[in-house]
Design a protein around this ligand. Structure first.
Ligand code: EPU
Length: 349
């Protein structure tokens, strides 16, 4: 059903009682009372000016790869479908590319490489959209979005005004940004600009990539080769959301003090840990969960992925409540054994 926007505006593409099952990578059942397909920044402004939707609570949905839906959604769901990619600028030290927030992230990574612009190869195959990438500062294999970020445009859901934010304004942290703090649900990212540094330098510090380089005897791999390695590594241990519902890593890797880490090592010498530049230590949450015996376990249709304990999966017909029950049980047992609170990475609705 198409609902009208403000008098002069083109109609908004809206549906009522829309199933969200196909719009979240966990494949969880939930219904949106109202779902608006947002195809441009102008559509966001039409929502702001709309007689019904303007003042209603909103829920912004990208690729649905970082949400756990436990119930139907009363808020107006804005499904961001803004497309387009282009090279906007060549500088002495970088290429700047821009992509619509609704573009699938992986497709943009592949497209930049096809254009001969390397720099995003370590971030291949991350599910989700371009607009969701800054929200949680996606990262993998030694590169985070913030390392390749130039700026973004977002439309304020109260004023309808477009703002441009640079990296400092986005306040990026580990799987964190201003869009998880005071801008959460308040503005819709419409365009993201990425900075691909010149000259290109491979990032091969991550253990599994270094191992691939050694295995293949490739001392100086090009970006395409690294892209292929990252895809192969991910495919070998992470489930493809198209085949098995999941939201990637379910928990963040916890960061503890050096003292706390020494304490844990005293009891569990095998613990996988990474010293951070600021003296803290990041622990592999997958290892902690594994150590508590969770690999392969299930609650109803929700389970711990057999090849990677940090990933919770929908084994078929899972409900969001089962995913949350499983997650809580994991948190309790990790806390009981290690005294560490695991923090979920996806947004639980
Ligand atoms: N491990 C286990 N058992 C397991 C899984 C992992 O012992 O079942 C240990 C292994 O020793 C492994 C270590 O944990 O070496 C780390 O695992 P992995 O290299 O797979 O990385 P991760 O810490 O689990 C993080 C990101 C991933 C990202 C990879 C690669 C977080 C929460 N996750 O995972 O991001 O792809 O590093 O850089 O930071 C995501 O955020 O959704 C995501 C997939």
């Amino acid at each position: 059903m198409a609902a009208g926007g403000s008098a002069a505006a083109a109609p908004l593409h809206a549906e009522t009682r829309a199933s969200l099952r196909d719009f979240n990578t966990f494949g969880l059942p939930a219904v949106a009372q109202t779902l608006v397909h947002v195809r441009s920044a102008a559509d966001v402004r039409r929502v702001v000016d709309h007689p019904q939707y303007g003042l209603a609570a909103k829920f912004i949905l990208g690729g649905g790869s970082n949400v756990v839906l436990t119930r139907d959604v009363d808020a107006v769901v804005l499904k961001v479908e803004i497309l387009g990619r282009r090279i906007v600028e060549e500088r002495a030290d970088a290429w700047i590319v821009e992509a619509g927030a609704g573009e699938p992230w992986h497709d943009v990574v592949a497209w930049t490489l096809e254009q001969g612009l390397p720099g995003l190869e370590n971030l291949a195959l991350i599910p989700g959209t371009v607009g969701a990438a800054p929200v949680q500062n996606i990262g993998a294999y030694g590169v985070e979005l913030k390392d390749r970020f130039e700026s973004l445009d977002a439309v304020d859901l109260v004023t309808g005004r477009t703002v441009t934010l640079d990296a400092a304004a986005c306040r990026f942290g580990y799987r964190h940004s201003v869009f998880k703090e005071h801008l959460a649900g308040k503005s819709v990212i419409t365009q993201v600009r990425l900075r691909l540094p010149k000259p290109w330098q491979p990032v091969l510090g991550y253990l599994e990539l270094a191992r691939k380089a050694a295995e293949c005897g490739a001392a100086a791999p090009d970006a395409r080769t690294i892209f292929d390695w990252v895809c192969a590594i991910r495919r070998a241990k992470l489930p493809d959301p198209a085949a098995v519902g999941n939201a990637g890593s379910f928990f963040k890797n916890p960061v503890v003090s050096a003292e706390q880490c020494r304490d844990i090592i005293g009891r569990d010498p095998e613990i996988v840990h990474y010293p951070m530049p600021d003296g803290t230590v990041k622990l592999a949450a997958g290892w902690l969960i594994d150590a508590c015996g969770w690999k392969g376990k299930s609650v109803g249709g929700a389970g711990v992925y057999d090849k990677h304990s940090l990933v919770l999966v929908n084994r078929g017909g899972a409900r969001g409540s089962e995913v949350v029950t499983l997650a809580r049980a994991i948190q309790e047992s990790v806390y009981g054994r290690f005294g560490i609170r695991l923090e979920p990475e996806p947004v639980i609705v």
